[in-house]
Design a protein around this ligand. Structure first.
Ligand code: PEP
Ligand code: MG
Length: 836
């Protein structure tokens, strides 16, 4: 007997593998197909009964009269929309005939609010059938045959049944109850055991292996659920399933179940200095002072019609918009450096073949250019999400940015940045790196963000551009009206709103003094750097591109302490060739005219994923396969890079540095590879190999690493996140992620102390080396090389030249005894005033 399932909607049918959600793609919930909707109504795929319609209206489970259990899940993560955009047309328990309407949904609203519209159609008891699918990657009409099923013989019970049932009560902490994703996880867990496992809510009971049965329980946050198990391994099964059911499975507490504690209560925040009524505190992301009117960044919704005015006209409209956006981006790229690098990534998105093909398919199907582009961009966003790596967000931001630029050009909507006047202080909730780069073209005076993180990539870009920035300022920033005069103090860490004349004038005087100091520092930037009592401290520059290297050299950099080689590897489909890399490294070495250049081996994975390096989705990428750990699985990639570095002339100018080192073995393996490749290339000069200290493990074993390394360089951005266990990209903890936290300073001090026992020098190449408040402390702790963003190099030299080792050491000891980063900053201000 074969059973036919017809399509529940019109759309484009493809394999589940393409669904950017592992719950569906890995068949955790069952087998089936995915449909990209081209219509807004779900109809019954067979005659049967509605088992459940989720209260959020986004999913319906049905059972056919022959026992097929089927789940239709409209879009991804749509449970979070809480019913917005969905109109269920049936109720649980209702009998339906093939073709009856089940749910109608607002395609535009859901497409905008959810990560994807793709609709998995899943047979949740797939083990009971063999499945034949219609041709995939093809259009399908509603009620056209989709899958043909044939029942397979039922399996024998595999356990000896003495009839004992054991059970445990748990309280649900899942914010949306047991919806499709938790049901799949429970089913997956239950399938690891032989025992029968059921979940009960009141008088309803469902097999833990059946998604549909679990959904039909109709659970909600706080419900009491009884987990029961029977069979040989019932105890283990009960413990595992009960534990899972009781957990929130990573979905977090429901926003309206219990009011979230204010951020200041939930984390051990540094105390900020006492604030006046017209001041708002924040965390320094890029130090400096700025004064100007507030300009709030607004993102207007760009509406586009679904239907086009004919394929020809829509193609022309898209081409025209791409050309307009291209010339704007090319003009911005002329700024060079990191701005050019981001602009280059945007240019490549404009010509991305997958985006163009996605848009063309839709235009050919009658959509407007804007609708087609938006759809194509969202397909790519889905594909990025499919990697399961939450930190792909920055790449997605680029896509969203380019989507908005093109839609703006098509509809004539002014860009987000266009309303920001020159000299303003940009006020926003948060910024994407690409948005910042676009905004920088408007020459703002400073940046004030309600969220954001002080070691995020936006912070690094701000520091690189010399743009004062405060982050993690909280909701109070939302009340600042456009045009309000703001004094942004990214030395102390607050803004002052509508100051009186005296305060404004005093601040203007500080701005002028600071500018004067920087000018003087620039004029004295050339020459080697010593402390006031003659101890040599090297001041280097961090670079990503040859433009950065030239900028650093112009500021007096004595070399580069960190070449972030990822700039060559990210945002492209394939790794750069050895030749391409060699040319890039040679150009940087040339720009630094024979001075030392420390090239960090590619640091991807974690928050910097590359599409061409296959990586399984990681639950916690920051603790996963990143940095030098990747060398074991991708030896070719690393060896190609090392060969390119070794070819740079003069030999030995470039040193090699390993990111994310956590063990001596990693460094030994790298050393062996470098030695072997030197032999192969006939290189006789010594090539120095160093390790980044970014993990507490590296800091605490600095003596062991130092015995093998030519140098150590502390990456304070990552070290801070790992020491404090605070994600550097998570705005919720941003206010605590300050590298001047005494715990981080103690790690730095310990690194220097341990490395000194092996006479190995220690540098700092993380953001702390660009923070004027930190420099005397770092020197006092024993750091002898500081690699700052190019714009801060001259000032760093001036500061170091102004301190003696004795005063720096005494100051560092006080800093280690502080109880918070805020106290360290207050101490640093006193030190600066006393030294002036
Ligand atoms: C650091 O972690 O401090 C560092 C320099 O590396 P990145 O910021 O590139 O991760
Ligand atoms: Mg790092």
């Amino acid at each position: 007997m074969s059973l036919i399932i017809t399509s529940p909607l019109r759309g484009w049918v493809s394999a589940l593998d393409n669904v950017p959600d592992p719950v569906f793609a890995q068949r955790m919930m069952g087998d089936g197909v995915a449909i990209q909707p081209l219509a807004d109504t779900i109809v019954a795929p067979f005659d049967g009964e509605v088992m459940t319609v989720h209260e959020a209206g986004h999913a319906v489970a049905l059972r056919s009269s022959e026992g097929i259990e089927l789940l239709i899940h409209i879009g991804l993560d749509t449970v979070a929309l809480k019913g917005k955009g969905f109109t269920p047309l049936v109720r649980s328990g209702q009998t339906v005939a093939r073709g009856d309407e089940l749910i109608r949904f607002d395609m535009d609203a859901v497409a905008l609010a959810a990560p994807s519209l793709v609709t998995p159609v899943i047979i949740t008891n797939a083990e009971a059938f063999t499945i034949q699918r219609r041709t995939l990657d093809a259009p399908v009409g509603a009620c056209e045959a989709l899958m043909t099923l044939a029942p397979v013989q039922a399996q024998q019970k595999r356990w000896s049944d003495d009839g004992t049932i054991i059970e445990q009560a748990v309280t649900l902490s899942l914010p949306h109850g047991i919806h499709a994703r938790p049901a799949a996880r429970i089913g997956e867990c239950a399938r690891q055991f032989e025992a029968e496992i059921f979940l009960r809510k009141g008088d309803k009971r469902g097999d833990a292996r059946s998604t549909v049965a679990l959904l039909a329980l109709g659970t909600a946050l706080g419900d009491e659920i009884i987990v029961e198990a029977r069979g040989d391994d019932a105890e283990a099964a009960l413990a595992a399933v009960a534990e899972l059911v009781a957990s929130d499975m990573g979905e977090g507490a429901a926003p309206d179940s219990a009011p979230a504690a204010p951020a200041t209560k939930s984390f051990d925040m540094p105390e900020l200095p006492a604030l006046e009524d017209n001041q708002i505190g924040g965390v320094i992301a890029s130090s400096g002072l700025a004064m100007g009117p507030a300009a709030r960044l607004r993102q207007v919704d760009i509406a586009v019609p679904r239907d086009g005015a004919g394929a020809e006209a829509e193609r022309a409209a898209l081409d025209q918009a791409r050309a307009a956006v291209r010339s704007r981006i090319e003009a911005r790229a002329e700024a060079g450096g990191s701005i050019a690098a981001v602009m280059q990534a945007h240019l490549s998105l404009l010509d991305d073949p997958a985006l163009l093909a996605g848009a063309e398919t839709r235009i050919a199907a009658g959509n407007s250019a804007g609708f087609a582009w938006r759809g194509a961009v969202h397909d790519q966003i889905d594909a990025l999400r499919a990697t399961g790596n939450k930190h792909l967000i920055e790449r997605i931001d680029d896509l969203v940015d380019i989507e908005r630029q093109i839609l703006g050009a098509i509809t004539g909507t002014p860009g987000d940045a266009d309303a920001v006047p020159e000299g303003a202080i940009i006020v926003a909730d948060d910024l994407f790196p690409s948005q910042l780069v676009t905004l920088a073209a408007q020459k703002p005076a400073g940046i004030a963000l309600a969220r954001g993180g002080p070691t995020s990539h936006v912070a690094i870009l701000c520091a690189g551009m010399g743009l004062p920035a405060l982050v993690a300022m909280g909701d109070a920033l939302g009340d600042v009206a456009d045009g309000t005069l703001m004094l942004l103090d990214a030395e102390v860490g607050h803004v002052t709103l509508t100051p009186d004349d005296a305060v404004r004038e005093a601040f203007a005087a500080r701005v002028a003094q600071r500018e004067e100091r920087r000018k003087v520092a620039r004029t004295a930037a050339a020459g080697v750097c010593h402390t006031a009592d003659g101890v040599r401290i090297e001041i280097f520059g961090n670079v990503g591109t040859v433009d950065d290297a030239a900028a650093a050299a112009a500021q007096g950099a004595e070399g580069s302490g960190l070449v972030r080689s990822e700039f060559l590897f990210l945002g492209r489909d394939a790794a750069p060739s050895e030749d391409e890399q060699y040319q890039a490294y040679q150009a940087i070495a040339d720009a630094l005219a024979g001075k030392p250049v420390i090239i960090r081996l590619l640091d991807i994975g974690g928050d910097k994923p590359a599409a061409y390096i296959p990586m399984d989705g990681e639950e916690n990428p920051a603790l996963g396969l990143r940095g030098i750990r990747l060398a074991a699985s991708q030896p070719e990639l690393f060896e190609t890079q090392i060969r390119a570095i070794l070819r740079v002339q003069p030999a030995g100018q470039c040193k090699i540095m390993a990111p994310m080192v956590a063990s001596v073995a990693e460094l030994r393996a790298l050393r062996a590879t470098v030695d072997r490749l030197c032999d192969e290339l006939g290189i006789k000069e010594k090539i120095e190999v160093g390790a980044m200290v970014e993990t507490p493990a590296a800091a605490m074993t600095a003596d062991l690493l130092a015995a093998e390394a030519d140098f150590l360089s502390i990456g304070t951005n990552d070290l801070t996140q790992y020491v404090l266990a605070m994600d550097r990209g998570n705005p919720a903890v941003a206010a605590g992620v300050d590298a001047l936290h005494p715990a981080v300073l103690r790690m730095i001090g310990e690194t220097c102390r341990l490395a000194a026992t092996r006479e190995c020098w220690v540098g700092v190449c993380g953001g702390l080396a660009s923070d004027p408040a930190a420099l005397p402390i770092l020197v006092g702790l024993g750091v002898t090389e500081l690699s700052a963003v190019p714009g801060s190099v001259a000032e760093a030299k001036a500061i170091v030249r102004g301190v003696t080792m004795d005063s720096a050491r005494a100051h560092a000891q006080c800093a280690l005894a502080c109880t918070s980063a805020a106290e360290v900053r207050a101490l640093a201000r006193r030190f600066e005033e006393s030294e002036r």
